[in-house]
Write a protein that binds this ligand. Structure first.
Ligand code: Z5A
Length: 209
């Protein structure tokens, strides 16, 4: 039996991460892996979901400092890693997560322009060396991603940001792809079926089994 793996899906809003997560679950099931835990960030635990509500709330009547947002992302992440992800892997289950720490480097580092060294220090103190086996990065032009997301109704606090925020976020994602060997890009602007095939191709090439 193969060692359980931790797979992450990353990308801008509307890239199709939720859609890809379902495709990955089906793929693993076809490979005979039935014990799969799925999760999302921020969220996935009681505290994480409370943090998710706060950071996405577009009605909150108080400025959320970028550093507060950064620390909340890591508070949520510590809860998820320690209470869900590590125990699941130790129990022989695979884990597929919608977003992980590359989101913080991209959104808080790129979008909010926080010094990456500061993020790295908080990262090291929070989860240390723990990392995914494979990260699928779904690359999309922010305008297209936001148009897809807008089709769903009311926008959250992030989705209300200007397009320049998402362009900085995407630029950081692309830098991360260049420097992180476990981060594999797919062109998420293609049709749902084409993107699904690209994601499955990345999994096939990922030497996961
Ligand atoms: N955030 C952060 O700042 N720092 C961090 O460290 C972390 C997160 C972890 C989480 O919100 C927010 O937190 C996020 C970043 C920030 N900012 N925002 N916004 P979220 O989880 O609710 O947002 P999201 O991750 O961007 O979810 P999303 O908008 O649902 O995107 P998605 O999951 O990638 O897309 P989807 O639901 O699969 O698809 C969206 C729509 O497009 C849907 O109607 C699909 O049917 C359609 N779709 C999907 N693929 C296609 C293709 N290929 N063609 C056409 N239409 C498609």
């Amino acid at each position: 039996m193969s060692t359980p793996k931790f797979i992450v899906i990353e990308g801008l809003e509307g890239a199709g991460k939720s859609t890809a997560l379902k495709a990955i679950e089906s793929y693993l099931s076809e490979k005979g892996i039935s014990s799969v835990v799925t999760c999302r960030e921020p969220g996935g635990t009681l505290m994480g979901e409370a943090i998710r509500s706060i950071v996405k709330d577009n009605t909150i009547d108080e400025k959320i400092d970028s550093r507060t947002e950064l620390l909340l992302m890591y508070a949520s992440r510590i809860q998820l890693v320690e209470n869900i992800i590590k125990p699941a892997l130790a129990d022989g289950k695979w884990v597929v997560c919608d977003r992980f720490y590359y989101s913080t480097f991209a959104y808080q580092g790129g979008g909010r322009d926080i010094d990456v060294d500061i993020i790295q220090n908080i990262h090291d103190a929070s989860i240390g060396e723990f990392k995914p086996d494979l990260t699928v990065y779904m690359d999309i032009d922010p305008k297209l991603g936001l148009a897809r997301a807008a089709g769903r109704g009311e926008l959250d606090r992030f989705e209300l940001e200007k397009v320049e925020f998402f362009e900085r976020t995407r630029d950081m994602y692309l830098k991360l792809v260049d420097t992180s060997s476990e981060m594999k890009p797919v062109d998420a602007s293609q049709s749902i079926e084409n993107v699904r095939e690209q994601v499955l191709q990345v999994l096939e090439e990922g030497a996961l089994f």
